[in-house]
Design a protein around this ligand. Structure first.
Ligand SMILES: [Zn+2]
Ligand SMILES: [Zn+2]
Length: 132
């Protein structure tokens, strides 16, 4: 069992299986909302053990897809944890245990600020990852 939680501990979740992968987005929305590195989990493996009522939502504006969840008490960005999709991204920083996957790609590298240097060998994409 892999566990995760927000900063204040109101929101807690568990993962019954290993996540499928990890990726990092350098777009300004992910940076500003405080969730740039994501772990992709399967819906069937994920369960919210506490804090459903503490979760607030930031709905996407036109042209964007993700409904961003965050803790309404402490502000921790949680990712898409209320998603109904088969697989969805969870903020990697919320894991209390090692999610066991490692970063596999960087997306929106073209939007990355100059002060941030990428120091791993994961694949880089200027925008959304392209299948290769
Ligand atoms: Zn919290
Ligand atoms: Zn992004």
């Amino acid at each position: 069992m892999i566990e995760g939680s927000c900063c204040c501990g109101a929101v807690r979740f568990t993962l019954a299986g290993e996540p499928s992968m990890m990726g990092t987005c350098h777009c300004s929305r992910c940076r500003k909302s405080g969730a740039s590195t994501f772990v992709f989990v399967k819906r069937a493996d994920f369960s919210l053990s506490a804090g459903r009522d503490a979760i607030s939502l930031y709905e996407p504006e036109t042209g964007y897809r993700y409904r961003r969840c965050f803790c309404g008490k402490c502000g921790t960005a949680l990712g898409e944890i209320l998603s109904e999709a088969e697989s969805f991204p969870v903020n990697a920083q919320t894991f209390d245990d090692d999610p066991r996957v490692r970063n596999r790609f960087h997306e929106f590298v073209a939007d990355k600020p100059d002060w941030y240097e990428i120091c791993d060998d994961a694949k880089r994409f200027d925008g959304h990852p392209v299948q290769s």
